[in-house]
Design a protein around this ligand. Structure first.
Ligand code: GLU
Length: 283
């Protein structure tokens, strides 16, 4: 079950991110599988120079290893463009405010795109362009409900609305890039934070629309700070700059009920079926 970890280089990895990386590594290595690392640096507005290197350094400092070259999404945009050609997409001129207004008026599933731009004629699109609006691209997904069994969270399902695959600033959307890359890299198992579980039905739909094989999913619980909110900068610095790698690993191991002083040593006691679905609190 080839696995991967795919951080976005928008900051230094904190203990929550590192615990997710360790779990992704444990899932893959305990099955004797390859483990890949991919840098998800498509969101030019949020990516900062130097963070990708710092993230790789921190993963190494914890004792994690990976197979093959680290790939960067920013070098792979021709793959995403090619995938777009194979999808039923349409131009969407809506602003965020218009989407949420129309969505609440339509009484559809919360946050779902109500299809405002789906039926626009060429003349209507031209008028919007002439008014200075730049379109995003959405896929026409037809609103199916997609169900899957998560290895940690159990059965999950979600409504797939017409979602954005290329933003109006030209950037390929996370959902598109992640699906194209997982398929192109032969990834079979996705282990990532539970904050991304809501994106999964869309990604499963997209993978199927592109003819990719279904993947296995494990969404692992987030690490919360003492205030019960998910770990973030506001909790102070909880990165390997402040917590030494061996202390960080010891805390992660204890939070997983494992013992050992390196990721390899943790493998002996690791059982994917025993990963708790409850969040952990740090410290
Ligand atoms: N790049 C995403 C993030 O850092 C994770 C993508 C994924 O694992 O699918 O939140």
């Amino acid at each position: 079950m080839k696995g991967r970890f795919a951080p976005s280089p928008t900051g230094v990895l904190h203990l929550g991110n590192l615990r997710t990386a360790l779990l992704a590594w444990l899932f893959a290595r305990s099955a004797g599988s390859a483990f890949l690392l991919r840098i998800e640096d498509l969101d030019a507005g949020r990516v900062r120079p130097g963070f990708a290197e710092a993230q790789l350094e921190d993963l190494r400092a914890l004792g994690l290893d990976w197979d093959g070259e680290v790939v960067r999404q920013s070098a792979r945009t021709s793959l995403y463009a090619e995938a777009l050609e194979r999808l039923p997409v349409y131009e969407c001129f809506c602003t965020r405010a218009e989407v949420s207004e129309a969505a609440s008026a339509a009484h559809g599933p919360v946050g779902a795109y109500p299809g405002t731009c789906r039926g626009l004629s060429e003349a209507e699109r031209a008028a919007r362009r002439a008014a200075g609006r730049v379109p995003a691209l959405r896929v026409a997904a037809d609103g199916p409900v997609v169900t899957f069994v998560d290895r940690v969270l159990g059965e999950q399902s979600g409504f797939v609305d017409d979602f954005v695959v290329r933003r109006n600033d030209g950037a390929f959307a996370y959902n598109l890039a992640v699906v194209v890359d997982d398929a192109a890299q032969g990834v079979e198992e996705v282990v990532r934070g539970a904050d991304l579980v809501d994106s999964t039905p869309r990604q499963i739909w997209l993978g199927r629309a592109l003819g990719a094989a279904d993947l296995s999913y494990a969404h692992v619980p987030l690490v919360l700070g003492a205030d019960g909110r998910r770990l973030a900068k506001r909790h102070g610095d909880v990165t390997l700059r402040e917590v030494a790698p061996d202390a960080a690993l010891a805390w992660m191991a204890a939070s997983l009920g494992l013992s050992g002083s390196s990721p390899r040593e943790l493998l002996a006691g690791f059982d994917p079926a025993q990963v708790s679905r409850e969040p952990t609190t740090y410290p």
